[in-house]
Write a protein that binds this ligand. Structure first.
Ligand code: ACM
Length: 551
């Protein structure tokens, strides 16, 4: 009988894994080597390419084409009897590895599991020794995701992340079986996507003169100009790279608030009868900005042009239009905005915001897409197909789901990964709530009070990464990891209720996962706290609500 037990250090945890009994003095398990072949049935080409280019490259294995179920092989098959993203991975003595998926995506998630089984060396970019360091036990793993929307939102406006760093994050999402990349492309502090018909959006809007180092109370400044943007070919490359990994890119253009960078580029987009918008530049501070879009026909036509180019670049069904944190002060004193309210028969400025969102809701629906926005878009009513990112807690998501809208749960109290992950004094530039690895592990996306019909509208969950205090990739890594590993398990695995989750077992599995992250080169927060170069002594963060500042 086999003496090798299946490894149980997978993250996210699979639905089930069971050993396969082996008779006689056969090998202890499966050890891929230079002779291992790869068979990829039609429909599994993305995984075939990924296995050769990523796992093969890491382990120095060429994985040449071979026959289905050949001795010493990896076989990839589509199996219509499985749910779309489900997979069944078998490691059997007769051939080697077989991955069956309900779809191309299911096969790909199975291949992610295979990579983890192969050990941390499979997470490198080139071999440090030939082949994996240990056999894979004979076993069968059956697995399927809990939610169809398992996302990460990355804010590249507050701090621009070069394209290669974005591609690397797509690899990290894939390694955690996450499948939605919510790309926050515009905000007051920078516009990050080339729009051909409005070139000043990037000529002017992609750069700011200086950057606040720390949060609002800080008086430290980085006086270097900061910025950057993705050309449309960069965007096509990012979208294609994501698609190869079965990740959907959902772009966000934030309107009608969070728009100062656009107004700096095209002053006529702002409330010109309230302030002299020609004096505005791309914002160099953090917080909620009063300079919002004017509710004019010109603004609508301008953004229709932006979204037209966006639809040509992003095949995703959902397009995110932001809709959060739009202060109404300028509209209250703008004669033009007030005239618009009267002309449309609206009650107030909140209804004006709703009118704005509804315009793009139907504009997108007319083009076969669906609008998604932050939960403020609920105020004033939504068209039936629109969906909501519930960020101000669960309430918006509950209301939306009860009203029949699809919801992505991403409450700031639980899954804002910019928030500090420890209450100690060494945490770099700490902001928001203290949310530890265990807190994220115990996050539950579906509130128990929801009716079953409403619960079915919780299509998934995502972690959000706002980058005011993250100047570069290393800082992003520190905030995101290890917590994204816990989040991925919440999004993928069928975990019990929060209090019953086995965090000790998760921590045990994290020991293996840290080795994977090390091999990958992720600057995660170590369990013992930040390393010296990860600290930022003296840089002001933001106090915990109701508590004294801890810096
Ligand atoms: C948000 O955090 N303003 C969506």
């Amino acid at each position: 009988m086999t003496s090798l037990q299946p490894t149980s250090d997978l993250i996210p945890a699979p639905a089930s894994s069971a050993p396969v009994a082996v008779e006689g003095p056969s090998r202890r398990g499966f050890l891929p080597d230079l002779g291992t072949t790869l068979f990829a049935a039609p429909g599994t080409r993305t995984t075939e390419r990924w296995l050769r280019s990523t796992v093969g490259a890491a382990l120095g294995l060429p994985l040449p084409p071979g026959e289905q179920h050949a001795v010493n092989s990896v076989t990839l098959l589509i199996d219509d009897s499985l749910e779309s993203e489900a997979y069944r991975l078998g490691v059997v003595p007769s051939s080697g590895v077989e991955i069956r998926g309900g779809s191309a995506a299911g096969v790909f998630w199975g291949a992610q599991t295979l990579r983890q089984l192969l050990g941390p060396e499979a997470f490198r970019s080139a071999p440090v020794r030939s082949g994996p360091t240990h056999d894979i036990a004979h076993q069968v793993i059956e697995d399927a995701p809990r939610f169809p929307w398992r996302g990460l939102m990355l804010d590249v406006s507050r701090h621009f992340l070069p394209k290669d760093d974005v591609l690397r994050y797509l690899d990290l999402l894939a390694a955690h079986k996450l499948n939605v990349f919510h790309f926050h492309l515009t905000d007051d502090q920078g516009w990050r996507i080339e729009i051909k018909r409005h070139p000043r959006l990037t000529e002017v809007g992609a750069w700011r003169a200086r950057t606040k180092y720390g949060h609002r109370g800080s008086e430290l400044w980085d006086e270097r100009p900061h910025g950057g943007y993705y050309t449309q070919d960069d965007i096509r490359e990012i979208v294609a790279y994501a698609a190869e990994r079965h990740i959907t890119v959902v772009p966000e253009i934030d309107i009608p608030g969070h728009s100062q960078a656009a107004i700096a580029a095209y002053p006529e987009l702002g409330n010109t009868d309230v302030i002299d918008t020609t004096t505005l530049s791309v914002w160099d501070n953090w917080g909620v900005n009063p300079n919002v879009l004017a509710p004019t026909d010109n603004t609508l036509r301008f953004y229709e042009g932006v979204f037209e180019e966006l639809l040509g670049l992003f095949p995703a069904t959902f397009i995110h239009i932001g809709g959060d944190e739009c202060p109404k002060d300028q509209w209250k004193v703008s004669p033009a905005a007030q005239a618009r309210i009267r002309e449309l028969g609206l009650a107030d400025e909140d209804e004006l915001q709703s009118w704005f969102i509804r315009h793009f809701d139907s504009w997108l629906a007319d083009r076969g897409r669906r609008l998604i926005g932050w939960d403020e878009i609920l105020e004033g009513g939504l068209a039936p197909g629109a969906a909501v990112s519930s960020w101000r807690g669960y309430a918006g998501g509950i209301a939306a789901a009860e009203a029949g809208h699809d919801v992505v749960m991403c409450p700031e109290q639980q899954v804002y990964l910019d928030h500090r992950q420890h209450g100690g004094p060494d945490e770099p530039m700490p902001i928001g709530y203290v949310r530890t690895l265990e807190d994220v592990y115990r996050f539950e996306p579906v509130p128990p009070a929801l009716s079953p019909e409403a619960a079915a509208h919780i299509v998934g969950t995502q972690a959000n990464v706002w980058t005011e205090v993250m100047q570069d990739r290393s800082r992003v890594d520190y905030q995101v990891f290890p917590r994204l590993a816990a989040f991925a398990e919440v999004a993928w695995s069928a975990l019990p209720a929060p209090a019953e989750r086995d965090f000790a077992d998760f921590e045990r599995r994290m020991a293996a996962h840290y080795a994977r992250l090390d091999a990958f080169g992720v600057d995660y927060r170590p369990p013992g706290g930040p390393l010296p170069w990860q600290r930022r002594p003296g840089v002001i963060g933001r106090p915990i609500e109701g508590a004294p500042p801890n810096v």
